[in-house]
Design a protein around this ligand. Structure first.
Ligand code: PEP
Length: 255
């Protein structure tokens, strides 16, 4: 049984004080018996404030990006060993905004995934198609390539430790969500590719999050799909009340 994992991607929002206040509210309101693994991903400058705010709680810390080199002349970059030192257990890699605005490609993503695993940080590897690609019936081709290249050269043992986030680009920050059935179809396809890349037993253990305008009103239906193992949440993670409603989706009457 895969434990659900819900991560808040705060993107370029919240200064240190705001991030600490939000993290403290989430820790205070989250009921661990909900059994969901919770990850907060603030901006780099707020990692330490959030680390302190979630100290001794079940909530975990994640970063929004990393670099694959350990140290050296790489101005502006942050390595995985520095993220580990800052208290991160997770790092989001290959978010569509990084692909779109910063030219990240699958080969770079693969190097980042390997670097994160080397530091015992769980990579949350984002994949997903644009609207144009969906309309051209290219979802499997696009997502398949992102997975095959982004996860190349990993052993089955390493793959088991990875979290995948399927985020259709057309659903991110747009208020448009994939229907549970649309999302499940792609998640099942992703698990098939993961089986090809590793072995069935390992692929069965890999958690696949859905991301794209997840909110308290649609989370339960999405999470009830057999291959949807959690959510990567942008907008709805920026307020404690909506994020908590998401985390407590199993108790919620809203579907
Ligand atoms: C995201 O940033 O990964 C995301 C899914 O954003 P939103 O929930 O706002 O669509």
């Amino acid at each position: 049984m895969r434990k659900k994992i819900i991560a808040g991607n705060w993107k370029l929002n919240k200064n240190r004080a705001e991030a600490a206040a939000l993290a403290k509210s989430i820790v205070a309101m989250y009921r661990p018996e909900a059994g969901v693994e919770v990850v907060l991903c603030p901006v780099f400058t707020a990692l330490e404030s959030v680390r302190q705010a979630i100290d001794k709680s079940v909530v975990r810390l994640g970063a929004q990006d990393c670099y694959w080199e350990e140290q050296g002349a790489f101005t502006g970059e942050v390595s995985c060993s520095l993220l580990k030192d800052a208290g991160c257990d997770y790092v989001i890699i290959g978010h569509s905004e990084r692909r779109q605005f910063f030219g990240e490609n699958d080969l770079a993503i693969n190097k980042k995934v390997q670097a994160a695993l080397k530091q015992n940080i769980t990579p949350i590897v984002c994949v997903g198609e644009t609207l144009q690609e969906r309309e051209a019936d290219r979802v499997e081709e696009v997502v398949g390539t992102q997975l095959r290249v982004g996860l190349q050269s990993l052993s089955a043992e390493q793959l088991e430790k990875v979290v995948i986030a399927y985020e259709p680009v057309w659903a991110i920050g747009t208020g448009k969500t994939a229907t549970p059935e649309q999302a499940q179809a792609v998640h099942a396809f992703i698990r098939k590719i993961l089986t090809e890349l590793s072995v069935p037993a390992a692929a069965e253990k890999i958690r696949i999050q859905y991301g794209g305008s997840v909110n308290p009103g649609n989370v339960k239906a999405l999470m009830s799909q057999p291959d949807i193992d959690g959510a990567l949440v942008g907008g709805a993670s920026l307020k404690a009340e909506s994020f908590i409603d998401l985390l407590h989706f199993q108790e919620s009457a809203r579907v």
